[in-house]
Write a protein that binds this ligand. Structure first.
Ligand code: SAM
Length: 274
């Protein structure tokens, strides 16, 4: 299902390389990932999440506080499996691969053959994913130029990442499902109440931006969880965009806490390509 970012020819994995029909070749790294991001596709010098953000996210997610989100996404995929046959899945903006890997484990437990590709524009995120999780394709590439064949995917997962409809519609099969996960209006409310004097409840619905798809349903997943380590509170804060725009006083107050109960709330929107 992978195509060459230069000539769009089909690619094959041969030993430690991807080679396309037009004879362009791309080496696999020692960790097993491939970099297919062309220099003219970079939106900054070092695109995507930084090494620090990736590490914070990895350490936080591995504590299991967002396992409930992962389970809800896995249930949404399971519910939309039309046949128990091979499924091809792309996780766009997969980060360090925590959710991608848990999805793979769910499919393996159900005995469903699968091919899963995780794509992220951050080299550091993909290196981290490739080091931790094997038997998947980990690719550095941009969501706006996916190195993926037309109409080759059964599912696209897009969790807390950029919505670029055109490439999603091109690469999904007819009847394929796009699953978009975004934060709900009460997500991390208690964290925001510590950091900011005034807290606005807000959330983004992707339905309008994705109106080239048929919207099937919105699933809401909400639970309370108590974060028990200072380090995890810091990691959680540092993996969110709040790290860029918060008052110093509020951040110091947050980092002085020994534990923190938070609301986790996400909306899972399911779309279909007609
Ligand atoms: C908020 S993180 C979410 C990561 C992962 N999905 C998760 O939920 O843990 C957003 C991710 O999107 C990636 N990203 C940002 N712009 C991108 C683009 N144009 N193409 C692909 N990935 C992108 C970032 O590098 C980052 O890893």
């Amino acid at each position: 299902m992978m195509i060459c970012p230069v000539c769009k020819g089909k690619m094959k994995k041969i030993e430690k390389k991807y080679i396309c029909e037009g004879n362009h070749s791309y080496d696999l790294s020692k960790y097993g990932h491939v970099n297919l991001l062309l220099s003219n596709q970079k939106n900054s010098k070092i695109p995507g999440d930084s090494k620090e953000m990736v590490l914070s996210r990895k350490n936080y997610l591995e504590k299991g506080y967002y396992k409930g989100i992962s389970d809800a996404v896995n249930r949404a995929v399971e519910k939309n499996l039309t046949e128990k046959k091979d499924v091809r899945i792309l996780d766009i903006g997969c980060g360090e691969g925590y959710y991608t890997n848990r999805l793979k484990m769910m499919l393996e437990n159900l005995g469903i053959k699968n091919e899963i590709v995780g794509i992220d524009i951050s080299k550091e995120a993909i290196i981290s994913a490739a080091k931790s999780y094997k038997d998947m394709e980990w690719v550095v590439a941009s969501a706006s130029a996916l190195p993926i064949e037309d109409e080759s995917l059964d599912f696209i997962i897009c969790m807390f990442a950029k919505i670029i409809p055109e490439e999603k519609i091109r690469t999904l099969k007819k009847g394929g499902k796009l699953i978009v996960v975004s934060t709900g209006e009460n997500h991390l409310l208690q964290l925001k109440e510590v950091v900011y004097e005034v807290v606005r409840k807000e959330f983004y619905s992707p339905v309008e931006d994705l109106n080239i798809f048929e919207h099937i349903e919105t699933l809401n997943e909400k639970y309370l969880v108590k974060i028990l380590e200072k380090e995890s509170i810091e990691n959680l804060f540092n993996m969110t965009p709040y790290r860029w725009r918060s008052p110093q006083k509020g951040v110091e107050k947050l980092f002085s806490l020994n534990d923190l109960e938070i609301t986790v709330e996400v909306n899972i929107d399911i779309f279909e390509k007609k």
